[in-house]
Design a protein around this ligand. Structure first.
Ligand SMILES: Nc1ncnc2c1ncn2[C@@H]1O[C@H](COP(=O)(O)OP(=O)(O)OP(=O)(O)O)[C@@H](O)[C@H]1O
Ligand SMILES: [Mg+2]
Length: 410
């Protein structure tokens, strides 16, 4: 077993994806490389929406995805970083105030104390804390400070974004992973990881919405001034698009899924109205011709609706006017041709597709698909957190350097 491995595991509603990477320090120790060694994907079983309904089924998907990644990597892993998302994740803003020590200079310790105060909110018994994300500090009367350490003042106030999630949902997720034979290094709000894989630091600074169109959910997060400012989840994604096609074209869900991936486009204007494709007919072994435009119309209607809900969420959070960098689309739903055209017309903002791979070495090409953004991002998140690798792990200095490098890179 190699000591410096990091594994990201994204248990999505339709597919489970594992990415194994090796973190390699160069001779100078300043430019460590995150080398993708293996990627594996398996259909997710035993999940309904973002909730495990059958541990056995989910466990098998986890095993399938990790085994495939291990086979490709030629290594075995025993620990994974797991993502969680969906409607069970909530967030609120909280503030805390502390008095600064008698020398009036703000130190790390003051920041630690103010975080402790700010995070001391009552969390319902059925929920647990997932992340505490600093938003801004106020030193005496001066607001909007990003890093108060070293500043002079008597009063330090911190505003933090507190992300919580359902204990039951997490426990079932953890059960499926541990029964598959893996230890959990960390549980991460998945869009935070996805953002590391597909957003730049600049985008997060000037304001950006990341819209991950998955199977059962569309997760929407907003970053501004470098930090997560808003999160929400819309209980619709690619699966409802497939359902519409199945109903509208009188075919099975599996046939509709195939038709969507093969002929589907989210923006009807992109297809030639005369072009037809062959779909399964009503009787066994029969075929019939359908215009690609009809398929595109059905898809466009639903994608437009889902993105419209994302827009409303962002508007409601008061963030729409602050998206200097526009919108980044990712997730399997973003693989539909024309998805960004629909998003552009819905948001009236610049839209780009977010595909992972940037800043990754090794077999980076094998993660260059929007549906792998979360798993690849979990690897980046783990490295940023100084997460333990399988086996011996790294010294703090090593990860400190990587962290510095990552900050420089993004
Ligand atoms: N090439 C493609 N063209 C069109 N749709 C695609 C393509 N590839 C994947 N999809 C769709 O993307 C959706 C799955 O996306 P993704 O893998 O990101 O979801 P997930 O992570 O499993 O789910 P969730 O994030 O909701 O838990 C499915 O509805 C699938 O049909
Ligand atoms: Mg997903």
């Amino acid at each position: 077993m190699r000591p410096n491995l990091v594994t990201g595991l994204d248990i999505g509603s339709t597919k489970t994806c594992a990415v194994i990477a090796e973190v390699v320090s160069d001779v100078t120790g300043h430019q460590p490389t995150i080398k993708i060694l293996g990627v594996g994907a398996a259909r997710t079983g035993g999940m309904r929406r973002d909730v495990v309904t059958d541990i056995e089924g989910t466990m098998n998907s986890v095993k399938g995805a990790v085994k495939e990644a291990e086979l490709m990597a030629g290594v075995t892993v025993d620990r994974v970083w797991v993502g969680t998302a969906g409607e069970h994740v909530h967030a609120t803003t909280s503030t805390g105030v502390v008095a600064v020590g008698s020398d009036r200079e703000i130190r790390d310790n003051d920041v630690r104390r103010v975080h402790e105060v700010a995070r001391a909110v009552a969390i319902p018994a059925d929920r647990e804390l997932l992340h505490v994300i600093p938003q801004q500090y106020t030193v005496d009367a001066q607001r909007g400070i990003r890093d108060p350490v070293g500043m002079a003042g008597t009063r330090l106030e911190a505003e933090v974004y507190i992300v919580t999630s359902s204990i039951t949902v997490n426990q079932n997720l953890a059960k499926a992973v541990t029964r598959a034979g893996y230890k959990i290094d960390g549980l991460v709000y998945a869009p935070l990881a996805t953002a590391l894989a597909v957003l730049s630091e600049d985008e997060k600074d000037v304001g950006v919405a990341l819209v991950d169109i998955g199977g059962a959910n569309t997760d929407v997060v907003v970053f501004r001034n470098g930090e997560l400012r808003h999160l929400s989840s819309i209980p619709w994604g690619g699966s409802v698009v497939t359902n519409d096609l199945a109903k509208g074209l009188s075919i099975t869900f599996a046939e509709a899924e195939r038709a969507k991936e093969r002929y589907g486009v989210a923006f009807a204007q992109l297809v030639d109205p005369r072009e037809t494709v062959e779909l399964p007919g009503p009787g066994p072994g029969t075929k019939r011709e359908v215009t690609r435009e009809l398929i595109a119309h059905i898809i466009e209607q639903r994608v437009d609706e889902i993105l419209g809900l994302a827009l409303r969420e962002i508007e409601h959070a008061g963030e729409l006017a602050r998206l200097g960098a526009g919108v980044v689309l990712t997730g399997g739903g973003a693989a539909l041709g024309g998805a960004s055209d629909v998003a552009q017309s819905v948001f009236g903002l610049p839209v780009r597709l977010g595909t992972p791979g940037e800043g990754l070495a090794g077999l980076a090409d094998s993660v260059r698909r929007p549906q792998f953004a979360t798993a690849a991002g979990l690897v980046l998140y783990a490295v940023q957190q100084g997460g333990a690798g399988s086996g011996a792990g790294f010294g703090e200095g090593f990860f400190g350097r990587i962290l510095a490098w990552l900050k420089e890179f993004f």
